[in-house]
Design a binder for this molecule. Structure first.
Ligand code: CMP
Length: 134
């Protein structure tokens, strides 16, 4: 069964959206396999977002993602990598449709509530990074 890595970002946690978001994924039919609340170290954040290291927004992204606890999850189900991203909506909330998580709860790219793996390779890498015990 396919698995993906999802992470409710510090804005989603502080806005108390964790329950609402888990509820959406469970109602869809996906299974929560693992979950934990953690505050990410700068080192882990830089490794996780390594592909963006050259981007101008990288320092702000690292600052933001380490600014408070995140809710890290492994979600399982049919086609979950693609389906969870559909439920999240476009990365830029201005382009995210109503009914999606970012369309319903976010207004700006830098605080877009949730992260989800974008491919099977990223899912494997990110699950290993955040849940090495799995
Ligand atoms: P995420 O799916 O976690 O992956 C990389 C993150 O970088 C992305 O969500 C956004 O939060 C952030 N991001 C991408 N592009 C920009 C941008 N142009 N300005 C600020 N943040 C960005």
């Amino acid at each position: 069964m396919e698995q993906t890595y999802l992470m409710i970002k510090p804005d989603g946690v502080s806005r108390k959206l964790t329950g609402e978001l888990i509820n959406r994924f469970e109602k869809k039919g996906f299974t929560l396999r693992a979950a934990k609340m953690i505050t990410i170290s700068e080192e882990l954040a830089k490794e996780h977002y390594g592909e963006h290291a050259d981007k101008p927004f990288f320092p702000g992204l690292i600052n933001f993602i380490t600014s408070g606890p995140v809710f890290a999850m492994v979600l399982e189900g049919n086609n979950v990598i693609k389906e969870a991203r559909k439920m999240m909506g476009a990365t830029n909330p201005e382009e995210a449709s109503p009914g999606t998580i970012r369309g319903d709860f976010a207004t700006e790219m830098s605080e877009n509530i949730i992260h989800g793996s974008d491919s099977k390779e990223s899912a494997k890498r990110e699950i290993n990074l955040f849940f090495p015990e799995l």
